[in-house]
Ligand binder design. Structure first.
Ligand code: PLP
Length: 392
C-alpha cells in the first residue's frame, strides 16, 4: 500500500472519501475522445462540487443550479464566462446581484415565463445584453413547453441574446434507443423553431444523463454505447454548436469511499458487518434493497480468498441501512476498511447526512505522485442538530 495512503488510513478513524484527480482528468479525455469533435463539455457542479477547481482546465463550462453552487464556483475563482446559471428556482436577489456586477459574464437559463420576465427586467435595468439558453421541458416541472419557447423567440427581446436551447431529461439513462429518440426530437424541435419562428439557435446544451457502471452484474458496454450516442449526434440535420452537460459520467469513477468495520455479528444465521458509514454517505443509483454488488474490496486484502457471505450495514438506525446483502468477503475483522468504488458523483451530497447526528466524512483530493490533500475535515453534524436558545 502506498505510504501516503497508509497515513491517511491511520489518521481517519471514521469514514472518508478520496477523489483521484488524474483518474478524473483521464476520464474527461476519454469522453472527449469518444464524442464527436468540436463538442463542448459543461460539468454539472451538483455531481461533485469538490472537483470543480481541478476540472476548470479540462471542461468548457460549469452548470450551476443554486446560489450555493454559484458561491462555491466564485470562491474557487471559476471565470464567470464559464458559468451557466441554471435551476428551477432563481432568487430575484441573487440573480440581480449577478446582473448588476459588470464583471459577471455568465449565461442564464430560462426555465419559465417568470424567469424570462425577471431576466428581461434586470437586463433593461442594468443596460446589459444577457446571454440566455431557453430550457425545453421534458414533460416535467423543469423548463418550458415548446409554445412558450416559440413565443419568447418570436418576441426577440433586444436585451437578451438567446443563444439556444438547454435540455435535460434524467440521469443514468442506460437505453441508447431512448437517447436516440431524444436527439431526434431535439433535432426536429430546433428545425421547427427556424421554420415556424425564423429563429436560428446557435447552440444546444444537452444533458443526456450518460450512465455509469456501478454494479458487478452490470453488462453495459460503454464503448459501444458512446459510439451509438455519438453517431446519433452526428446524424442530426440541424447544425449548431453542441455542449453536453454531464455530471455522473465525468466524476463517478474518480471517487472511492472508505468505511471501517466497527462490529460483526451473526443473527439467525445471517452474518452482519457493521461499518461506521452507510446510506448517509453512500448512494448508488439503481441499488434496490442492497441486492446488487457494487465494485468494492477490503483494503489490503484484494487478492485474498473469499470465505464467508456478509450483509454489510451502515450505522444509521434504519433497517434499510444495508449497503449490500450476502456478499462474499475474505477473512475480515473489526478495524478493517472496506473501499467502495465509483463513488465520485452525488454520494457525498445525496446521503441523509444529518440523520442520527453522525459525522460527515472527510474528503481528500489525490493528485499526481499519490499526494493527498484534505479539502474537508470530518464535520460534526451534532453542531447543526443542536437547538440554539438565544438569550434575549
Ligand atoms: C440540468 C441538469 N444538467 C445536468 C445534470 C447532470 O446529470 P448527470 O449527472 O446524469 O450527467 C443534471 C442532474 O441532475 C441536471 O439537473
Amino acid at each position: 500500500m502506498n505510504a501516503n495512503f497508509t497515513k491517511i488510513l491511520e489518521e481517519n478513524k471514521s469514514a472518508f472519501y478520496v477523489f483521484d484527480i488524474p483518474v478524473l482528468k483521464k476520464r474527461v479525455g476519454y469522453l472527449r475522445s469518444r464524442l464527436p469533435s468540436g463538442v463542448s463539455i459543461c460539468y454539472a457542479v451538483k455531481a461533485n462540487p469538490f472537483v470543480v477547481q481541478q476540472l476548470n482546465d479540462v471542461t468548457d463550462r460549469f452548470e450551476i443550479c443554486s446560489p450555493g453552487e454559484a458561491n462555491i464556483c466564485f470562491k474557487l475563482r471559476i471565470p464567470s464566462e464559464k458559468m451557466v446559471i441554471s435551476g428551477i428556482y432563481k432568487t430575484e436577489e441573487v440573480t440581480e446581484n449577478m446582473v448588476a456586477d459588470p464583471l459577471f459574464n455568465g449565461i442564464f437559463t430560462v426555465e419559465s415565463l417568470s424567469q424570462y420576465q425577471l431576466l428581461l427586467q434586470l437586463s433593461r435595468k442594468y443596460g446589459r445584453k444577457l446571454p440566455v439558453l431557453l430550457r425545453l421541458t421534458n414533460d416535467s416541472q423543469f423548463g418550458m413547453n415548446e409554445e412558450d419557447i416559440g413565443s419568447i423567440v418570436s418576441e426577440s427581446p433586444e436585451t437578451l441574446s438567446i443563444l439556444g436551447i438547454q435540455f435535460f431529461s434524467g440521469t443514468q439513462k442506460t437505453s441508447l434507443k431512448r437517447l436516440v429518440r431524444e436527439i431526434e426530437y431535439l433535432d426536429s424541435f430546433l428545425i421547427s423553431l427556424e421554420e415556424n419562428y425564423g429563429y436560428r439557435a446557435e447552440e444546444l446544451e444537452y444533458g443526456p444523463g450518460l450512465p455509469v457502471t456501478y454494479f458487478q452484474s452490470d453488462t453495459f458496454d460503454e464503448e459501444e454505447f458512446l459510439g451509438g450516442f455519438s453517431e446519433a449526434l452526428k446524424n442530426m440535420n440541424y447544425s449548431c454548436h453542441l455542449t453536453l452537460e454531464l455530471g455522473r459520467s465525468i466524476s463517478a469513477s474518480c471517487g472511492k469511499y472508505y468505511t471501517h468495520i466497527v462490529d460483526m455479528k451473526t443473527n439467525k444465521e445471517q452474518n452482519y458487518i457493521i461499518t461506521d458509514g452507510g446510506m448517509n454517505h453512500l448512494v448508488y443509483f439503481g441499488q434496490q434493497m442492497a441486492m446488487k454488488r457494487p465494485y468494492m474490496h477490503v483494503v489490503g486484502k484484494q487478492d485474498s480468498v473469499n470465505v464467508k457471505n456478509w450483509n454489510i450495514c451502515g450505522s444509521i438506525c434504519s433497517m434499510n441501512d444495508i449497503i449490500v446483502k450476502q456478499t462474499p468477503f475474505p477473512e475480515v475483522e473489526a478495524g478493517d476498511t472496506i473501499c467502495f468504488e465509483n463513488t465520485g458523483a452525488y454520494c457525498m451530497t445525496e446521503g441523509a447526512s444529518l440523520f442520527l447526528s453522525r459525522d460527515i466524512p472527510a474528503i481528500y483530493i489525490q493528485t499526481e505522485n499519490d499526494k493527498f490533500t484534505c479539502v474537508r475535515r470530518t464535520f460534526q453534524t451534532e453542531l447543526l442538530n443542536t437547538p440554539v436558545y438565544e438569550r434575549n
